[in-house]
Write a protein that binds this ligand. Structure first.
Ligand code: ATP
Length: 448
C-alpha cells in the first residue's frame, strides 16, 4: 500500500514537527548522527527507551503473564541458515524494485506514487525507470573467520521463526498442551529498499510476536479470539476511535497456506498503515521445518490419540511503529485562552516515559523536594527539575507526556501540602505530602 495513501490527513501539524520534538527531547534521532546518520536506523534516547520499554512490558503482561496458555522465549538473532530456506525467506522474501537511470535513485515498484519528480532529467520531471526486479530483503552477514558462501548467515527478518524451531523444546519443558502459544519480543532486520516516514519503515526494528498453536479444527475460533484480544490492546493504549481500524486481507493478498489475515491499522499523517498483523498461518511453518530439519514437529492428542501438525495463529506487532503511532496520536499543539500555544503529548500514563516530575518553586526548597523525588523514584520514573520559571517547567513536561507534576512551594514547609498538576486538564490540587504516593498510585497504577 502506498505510504501517501489518499486518506485525508486529520492532523493540523506537520510530521516534521513531531520528528523535531523527538530529536530535541531525546525520544528518537538518527543513528550515528555525528557521521551524518545511516539510512533506516534510529537510536532511541532516554525518553524513547522508557516509552518503548513501557510498551513492551504492557504487551508481555497482556500476552504472556496474564495467561496460563502462553510461554515466553528470547532466542538468538542469528539462526541456522536452513531456517530461512525452510521459511521461504531466502527464495521469496523480496520486494519489487526499480532504478531511475537518470537520478540513480531506487524505488519500490509498488510505491511509485510516492516517488516524486525526477531531479535529473531535462525537459521532463518523469523518472526513467528500469524494468522491475526482485530485491531480497534479508540482511546477510558472515559467521566465523572465513567470508565464503558456507559462512553466510542472516539477521532474522522476523522473530517468529525460532518460535517454530524451538516449538518442541518449549512445549516439553513447559508441559503445555495444544492449544498454547509462544511469544517473544526482539529485533528484526530488513534491508528495506526505501526506508522512510521516520521510524515507520526502518531497517532494524523490534517486533513482539505470538505464535499460538492449535488443533486444525479450531482455526476460526482462535483467529477471532486473537484478533479481538489485539484490538482490545490497542484500544487500551488510548488510540482515538476513528484512527484505528481492522482491515481484513482480500483473498488475493492471502498467502497460499493462510485461511485468514487482518491488519490492525492506524491513521498516520501519511495515511492508513499497518501496525500489527494477525494471521492464520495454517501448519505451513511447522511442516516446512519438519521437512528441512528431519525432526518431527507433530503432536499427539492425548485423548483421541490423533497425530497432527498444529496450526498456527500469529499476532505480530511492531514496537517502533506502535510507539510512533502513540506519539502521533498524542501530539497536539494546543491554543490556550491567553493566546499562547502549548505542545502536548497525550500519552496514556502507562506508556509515558516520565510518570511524575517534582518541581520546587525555588532552588531554596530543593532539599525537601529532593526527598520527595527520592521517595517517588523507588516506584515511578521520576524527574526532578528546579531551574527556570514554573510555567516553562510545566510546558517541558507537557511536551514529553508527563501526566503529573508535583510542585513544592513556600507554603509546603508549613502546611505539609504540595500542588499536583494534571497534564491534560491542567487542573491543580493540593495534596498532603504523605498522601502523594497514594494519590499517584490511584491514578497511575490503574489496571488498563
Ligand atoms: P509492510 O507491508 O508495512 O512492510 P509487513 O506486512 O511486511 O509490513 P509483517 O511482516 O507482517 O509486516 O511484520 C509485522 C509487523 O512488524 C508490522 O505490522 C510492523 O509493525 C512491523 N514492521 C515490519 N516491517 C517493518 C519495518 N521495516 N520497520 C518497522 N516496523 C516494521
Amino acid at each position: 500500500m502506498s505510504e501517501t495513501d489518499s486518506a485525508k490527513n486529520p492532523y493540523p501539524w506537520r510530521m516534521d514537527d513531531l520528528v523535531s520534538l523527538c530529536a530535541r527531547r531525546g525520544f528518537a534521532f538518527p543513528s550515528s548522527e555525528i557521521y551524518g546518520g545511516i539510512n533506516g536506523f534510529w537510536d532511541y534516547g532516554p525518553l524513547g527507551v522508557e516509552l518503548k520499554n513501557n510498551l513492551k512490558v504492557l504487551w508481555w503482561q497482556r500476552v504472556v503473564r496474564e495467561r496460563d496458555d502462553v510461554e515466553g522465549l528470547d532466542s538468538a538473532i542469528i539462526c541456522h541458515p536452513r531456517t530461512w530456506e525452510a521459511s521461504g525467506h531466502v527464495e521469496h522474501f523480496s520486494d519489487p524494485m526499480v532504478d531511475c537511470r537518470a537520478c540513480k535513485k531506487r524505488f519500490r515498484a509498488d510505491q511509485l506514487d510516492d516517488a516524486g519528480p525526477c531531479p535529473a532529467r531535462e525537459g521532463t520531471s518523469e523518472h526513467d525507470f528500469t524494468d522491475v526486479r526482485r530485491f531480497n530483503l534479508m540482511l546477510k552477514t558472515f559467521i566465523g573467520a572465513s567470508e565464503d558462501a558456507a559462512a553466510v548467515a542472516y539477521l532474522r527478518a522476523e522473530t517468529c521463526q525460532s518460535i517454530f524451531t524451538d516449538f518442541r523444546r518449549v512445549k516439553d519443558t513447559s508441559r503445555q498442551k495444544i492449544p498454547f502459544g509462544i511469544a517473544q519480543i526482539g529485533k528484526a532486520f530488513r534491508n528495506e529498499i526505501n526506508p522512510r516516514n521516520f521510524t515507520f519503515r526502518s531497517r532494524e526494528f523490534e517486533q513482539a510476536e505470538l505464535e499460538f498453536f492449535i488443533h486444525p479444527g479450531e482455526r476460526e475460533r482462535w483467529f477471532a479470539h486473537w484478533l479481538e484480544e489485539r484490538k482490545r490492546f490497542h484500544r487500551e493504549l488510548g488510540f482515538h476511535a476513528g484512527r484505528l481500524r481492522v482491515r481484513p486481507h482480500t483473498s488475493q493478498e492471502l498467502a497460499h497456506y493462510a485461511n485468514a489475515a487482518a491488519d490492525i491499522e492506524f491513521l498516520f499523517p501519511f495515511g492508513w498503515q499497518e501496525i500489527e498483523g494477525v494471521h492464520d498461518r495454517g501448519d505451513w511453518d511447522l511442516r516446512r521445518h519438519t521437512e528441512y530439519s528431519g525432526k518431527d514437529l507433530s503432536v499427539t492428542d492425548e485423548e483421541t490419540k490423533e497425530r497432527f501438525t498444529p496450526m498456527v495463529i500469529e499476532t505480530s506487532v511492531g514496537i517502533d511503529r506502535t510507539a510512533l503511532a502513540l506519539l502521533v496520536n498524542g501530539y497536539e499543539e494546543q491554543k490556550l485562552p491567553d493566546g499562547e500555544t502549548r505542545t502536548l503529548l497525550r500519552l496514556h500514563p502507562a506508556i509515558s516515559p516520565i510518570k511524575v516530575a517534582v518541581l520546587p518553586l525555588s532552588k531554596k526548597l530543593g532539599e525537601p523536594a529532593q526527598r520527595l523525588a527520592r521517595e517517588l523514584r523507588r516506584r515511578y520514573s521520576t524527574f526532578y527539575d528546579e531551574s527556570g520559571n514554573i510555567g516553562r517547567r510545566y510546558r517541558r513536561q507537557d511536551e514529553v507526556g508527563t501526566p503529573f507534576c508535583v510542585t513544592y512551594d513556600f507554603e509546603s514547609g508549613t502546611d505539609g501540602k504540595v500542588t499536583v498538576r494534571e497534564r491534560d486538564a491542567m487542573t491543580q490540587e493540593r495534596v498532603s505530602l504523605e498522601g502523594v504516593p497514594a494519590y499517584l498510585q490511584d491514578r497511575l497504577e490503574v489496571v488498563l
